[in-house]
Design a protein around this ligand. Structure first.
Ligand SMILES: [Fe+2]
Length: 192
């Protein structure tokens, strides 16, 4: 009998090739949902006029948000750029700020960009087989700096919650652009 939470044991498949589940739908984030998130507003408008591309998708399984549960899923960021800035997730703090998260890279190349409210920041590499630990208090954003989908598996405390608004209004202190064919971390000109 299960008296500790609302969960029963289960399993779910995520493809090692494309990151997607064969039984659960993903949540999709299109270019049109990233207004204001990229540094180059002109490039953003021009690209959106061409096509409303799929930038990333992720699985949110609806695990009940109690502190003893773990939320988990996959995230897939597609290759591409807005201007010279790589495709990325919107990024977020956790609503319960001091809750950590682990990401494990299944495929692709990229960076996990992290920053704390006090201004400490780091960018850890994503390569297949590499795990990234995101400490509590750190906002986090996945960035695809390669030419294939960046596929990661993540898990965090199920009641942590997502604060997207702070990043939507302030941005990250740094952005990742392509310069001379290589990723470069520069100061975000729009950081508030
Ligand atoms: Fe998170």
């Amino acid at each position: 009998m299960n008296i500790s939470n609302d969960m029963s044991p289960f399993s779910i498949y995520f493809s090692l090739n494309n990151g997607l589940s064969d039984t659960k739908p993903s949540l999709k984030r299109m270019l049109s949902q990233m207004r204001g998130m990229y540094a180059d507003d002109t490039a953003y408008a021009n690209q959106l006029a061409q096509a409303d591309s799929l930038l990333y998708e992720f699985h949110e399984l609806g695990i009940p948000e109690s502190p003893g549960n773990l939320a988990f899923g996959t995230s897939i960021v597609y290759p591409g750029k807005v201007g010279n800035e790589y495709y990325m997730t919107k990024g977020h703090f956790h609503t319960i700020l001091d809750t950590a998260e682990v990401y494990y890279c299944i495929g692709g190349q990229g960076l996990m960009l992290m920053e704390s409210p006090e201004g400490d920041w780091a960018a850890e590499p994503f390569t297949p087989g590499r795990a990234v630990y995101v400490p509590g208090r750190y906002a986090h954003r996945s960035i695809n700096t390669g030419h294939e989908p960046l596929i990661t598996f993540y898990t965090f405390r199920a009641d942590a919650g997502h604060d997207y608004g702070t990043i939507e209004s302030k941005g990250f202190r740094n952005i990742v652009i392509e310069r001379d064919g290589q990723p470069a971390i520069i100061t975000n000109p729009k950081w508030a």
